[in-house]
Design a protein around this ligand. Structure first.
Ligand code: AMP
Ligand code: ZN
Ligand code: FE
Ligand code: FE
Length: 294
């Protein structure tokens, strides 16, 4: 049975609730999916409870946007148990940074004559990690743009008039925190890094590998078969596990299905075994916790 190691819920910018994801995963025939919301693990407990009823396994995770000026560097962190921990303890700050950034975007939009309030943005989001897709949704609803893609192209993407930056973790810092938390780091969708030369990608993988990076996202929904194979080859050459997932966002990313991507995605369960085997040793759950003894 296939797996999906990159999935978003309503806790961040996905449109399916954690419970709905459990059901969709079961219907898609997945044995396992990783819940990797941006900067939050709020959906993990619910997703796990719901998934257990469907016989589906949930890997707790998170997706982080890192400091990288060439493009977008995202890290998918897997096997990160919710609760206190070195990385877990930083997530609230990252969400606070999102909140300040969103307020700034609302301000810029007002200067551009577009009336959106921060309260409206939070209401659209519903979850605790609020992002640009929620702002984009309001731009569509208010008739400012035709669709989500245009909202990014015209206003919200880096370099566009309503873009505002936010505080991020550095790559080494994030990978180190993930390791210290007993989790495994995967470099997400490498096409967004803004690196076009193979040597640059190689240098980066070497650098991040030395910091403790475990995997590279090769089986990504929007990649062609030859691109996936080539990336898997690259991953192996740098001692990384070829990982994969759909980056499912429901209605926020039309045309992408959980587990199946555009229809041709199928990540093998062996990937989970290989990533799990690379989990760092040491304490994963610091001290006794209420749910201990399950
Ligand atoms: P944020 O984390 O709030 O900065 O928003 C980033 C998220 O917006 C990404 O994870 C994607 O889900 C989405 N996104 C980024 N760029 C685009 C784009 N050009 N079109 C549609 N969605 C995008
Ligand atoms: Zn997202
Ligand atoms: Fe991402
Ligand atoms: Fe994602």
């Amino acid at each position: 049975m296939p797996v999906d190691l990159h999935v978003h819920s309503t806790s961040s910018d996905g449109s399916a609730t954690p419970e709905q994801l459990a059901r969709i995963a079961a219907e898609a025939g997945l044995s396992t999916f990783a819940l990797t919301d941006h900067d939050t693990q709020a959906g993990v407990v619910t997703a796990r409870r719901a998934a257990a009823e469907w016989g589906v396994e949930v890997i707790p995770g998170v997706e982080l946007s890192l400091d990288w000026d060439r493009g977008g560097m995202h890290l998918v962190v897997l096997f990160l148990e919710p609760g206190p921990g070195p990385l877990q303890d930083r997530l609230a700050d990252l969400r606070a940074g999102r909140h300040r950034r969103n307020a700034r975007i609302v301000e810029i939009l007002a200067e551009l004559g577009i009336d959106i309030s921060l309260e409206e943005v939070m209401a659209v989001a519903g979850g605790e990690s609020v992002g640009r897709p929620h702002l984009a949704t309001l731009l569509v609803r208010k008739g400012v743009v035709a669709d989500l893609t245009s909202a990014f192209d015209q206003y919200l993407a880096k370099g566009r008039p309503a873009y505002a930056d936010r505080a991020r973790l550095g790559p080494e810092e994030a990978i180190g925190l993930a390791r210290a938390s007993g989790a495994v780091s995967v470099l997400a969708h490498p096409h967004t890094l803004g690196l076009d030369r193979a040597e640059e990608v190689g240098d980066l993988l070497e650098r991040l590998g030395a910091a403790g990076l475990v995997g590279l996202e090769c089986y990504y929904a929007t990649y062609e078969a030859d691109q996936r194979a080539e990336l898997a080859d690259t991953a192996r050459r740098f001692g990384l596990v070829p990982s994969g997932g759909s980056d499912y966002h429901g209605e926020y990313k039309p045309g992408i299905e959980l587990g199946k991507g555009r229809g041709d995605l199928a990540v093998a369960v062996e990937v989970v075994d290989e990533l799990a085997a690379a989990r760092p040793p040491g304490p994963r759950a610091p001290g006794p916790r209420p749910e201990a003894g399950r």
